[in-house]
Design a protein around this ligand. Structure first.
Ligand SMILES: [Mg+2]
Length: 254
């Protein structure tokens, strides 16, 4: 019997960068009664609140249930836990300013050389490269672009593979991973989901075999692949409907 259900967020629990549906929220609340629930994603803490926690509250999650929710923010380089009253940061491993600068310059130069720098398509106040403290994230059309435009931009990952290849030449000391629909996450090698999952094992005092992980980018090069390589049991989903289907199966046999 698994003790922990861990989830990628974008395309696994939601439509990328949007709040989870009522269906997923209700299923997650049921799961909180039986498992420790650990979303782990490259996104910032505030997005975890908007996309997941607020939706759980709208579906009447209790404070006690929330104490079983563990937020592994920025690929698990930050960890937040609910103490029954408020969210507490348990740990944080940020990049230095110099590291952020070097990654930012390399991604921008790579995208510009390849003609994939879409600054003209950004919405007001939006940005392509975002400092997420423990990682830097490139979002080709910005954070606020519409879902359809994002899906259409790089469905076969080819553009991002080229950007990654060039950025890696410019800043070889960093790792660049493809995630979401238009994103590339850059971080110190090892500061990927393996880092987050390794800390999860420590913090929750569980073993790899106790965890079941859900992700949509489990192929080599995808941002869920490091979890597969660690030897954690993984369910590959195409979207949140697949995840809902699997969760119904799990809850159905409890
Ligand atoms: Mg994903």
């Amino acid at each position: 019997m698994k003790k922990v259900l861990a989830f990628d967020i974008d395309q696994t629990l939601n439509v990328a960068k949007t709040p989870i549906t009522d269906d997923i929220a209700k299923l997650l609340i049921k799961c909180l009664d039986h498992f420790e629930i650990c979303p782990i994603s490259g996104q910032k803490f505030d997005q975890f609140l908007i996309q997941i926690v607020d939706r759980l509250k709208e579906n009447d999650v209790t404070d006690t249930e929330l104490t079983h929710l563990h937020l592994f923010v920025a690929q698990g380089t930050q960890y937040y836990r609910f103490d029954g009253k408020e969210w507490q940061q348990v740990y944080n491993f940020p990049l230095t300013d110099e590291q952020v600068q070097k990654i930012t310059v390399s991604l921008e130069q790579a995208a510009k050389e390849l003609n994939y720098w879409e600054e003209d398509k950004l919405q007001p106040g939006d940005e392509i490269i975002e400092n997420r403290l423990s990682q830097v994230t490139f979002s080709a059309l910005g954070q606020k672009a519409g879902t359809e435009a994002k899906y259409a931009w790089d469905p076969d990952h080819k553009k991002r593979e080229k950007i990654v290849k060039r950025a890696k030449e410019l800043a070889p000391e960093f790792d660049f991973e493809i995630g979401g629909t238009t994103s590339i996450n850059a971080m110190i090698p090892g500061m990927n989901k393996v880092f987050g999952m390794t800390h999860l094992l420590e913090e929750l005092k569980v073993e790899k075999k106790d965890i079941l992980y859900f992700g949509d980018m489990t192929q080599p090069g995808g941002n869920d692949y490091p979890v597969v390589k660690m030897g954690i049991d993984t369910i590959t989903v195409r979207n949140h409907e697949d995840t809902a289907y699997a969760l119904r199966g799990i809850l159905g046999v409890l």
